[in-house]
Write a protein that binds this ligand. Structure first.
Ligand code: PEP
Ligand code: MG
Length: 322
């Protein structure tokens, strides 16, 4: 098996009937990029920036953030990098950011909600990312979007950041794409509305699953309920892909489901064209893609979407994935 995976590494991810998909890596810092290149990753679908903010005494300033992002962009060697703005809050706590304890941290003050509330902090991060964009192909992604106003507000602040850099004569790329994580059910349901505001979606199945099923993704007592193959979750994912395609924007997935071999054909059949995962999983997913057809994947999708329970769905997917 290891030998087989090594062989597929440098092949493009194309099905037997010619459907090409993009396989990207999720990273947390520049060091992860070696793995991305080694496993045949075509870029970064999710750069989680939280790591820079954790385990320290104060917020990193613009210069420090710029260096952190630039290093990753340079090490991507021209491959595209999607940088996600901070997803602090929830389970990711900052000791120096004195926030009161919350009853429901996962439903609380986190991610884009903090960024929009603390415009100064947001501006610093956006300017640092924009500056890094001068060194490669960079996109910006906003996490935990629940409505269209958050996107519009975030884009407004982004344009302010661009103006400040322009006025100061600081270089940045003129075509930084802007996208959102689709990981809150309201965003998935209104994908047709949100698609008009952005260049791309990335489906965050970890949180989408948690919020759709009302199952805390960290609570071990209820892991059996945490189920991406629940028909409710699958319908949301399909809606996001279909609406995104209809509005001609790029659709990726960066949650764990993208690296689940059981889900690959189903997602391909739904029309997903970009899978982002930990680099180590890329060869196995590519192996599935190059040994199957899009026609079969579409058939799998039709079958699965007509089923009534995740037990049936999983049993069927296991059978056809052998
Ligand atoms: C997700 O929610 O699926 C995701 C990719 O983001 P994170 O795991 O960082 O919350
Ligand atoms: Mg998430």
């Amino acid at each position: 098996q290891a030998e087989v995976l090594k062989k597929v590494k440098d092949k493009p991810a194309i099905t037997e009937d010619g459907k090409q998909v993009t396989l990207l890596a999720n990273i947390s810092n520049a060091d992860d990029l070696e793995m991305m290149h080694d496993n045949g990753g075509e870029g970064v679908g999710l750069f989680r920036t939280e790591m820079l903010f954790m385990d320290r005494d104060s917020f990193p300033d613009e210069e420090e953030q710029f260096e952190f992002y630039k290093k990753a962009v340079l090490q991507a060697k021209g491959k595209p990098v999607i940088i996600r703005t901070i997803d602090i809050g929830g389970d990711k706590h900052l000791s120096y950011f004195n926030l009161p304890a919350e009853l429901n941290p996962f439903l609380g003050y986190r991610a884009i909600r903090i960024s929009l509330d603390q415009e100064g902090l947001f501006m610093v991060q956006l300017k640092a990312i924009l500056r890094a964009s001068a060194f490669g192909t960079v996109s910006i992604m906003f996490p935990m979007i629940s409505n269209v106003k958050e996107i519009r507000d975030a884009k407004l602040i982004l344009s302010k950041a661009k103006n400040e850099l322009l006025e100061a004569g600081v270089p940045f790329s003129a075509d930084v794409k802007v996208g959102i994580m689709v990981e809150i059910p309201s965003a998935a349901v209104t994908a047709d509305i949100l698609a008009k505001e952005v260049d791309f979606f990335s489906i965050g199945t970890n949180d989408l699953c948690q919020y759709t099923l009302a199952v805390d993704r960290m609570n071990e007592k209820i892991t059996h309920l945490y189920d991406p193959f629940n028909p409710g979750v699958l319908r949301l994912i399909l809606n996001v892909i279909e609406q995104g395609r209809k509005h001609n924007i790029h659709i990726g997935m960066c949650g764990e489901m993208a690296s689940d071999p059981l889900a690959t054909l189903l997602l391909l059949g739904m029309g997903l064209e970009e899978f982002s995962m930990s680099a180590a999983s890329i060869p196995a997913i590519k192996n599935i893609i190059i040994n199957n057809t899009e026609a079969k994947a579409k058939q799998v999708c039709r079958q699965v979407m007509a089923m009534d329970s995740s037990e049936n769905i999983i049993a069927y997917l296991k059978e056809i994935t052998q």
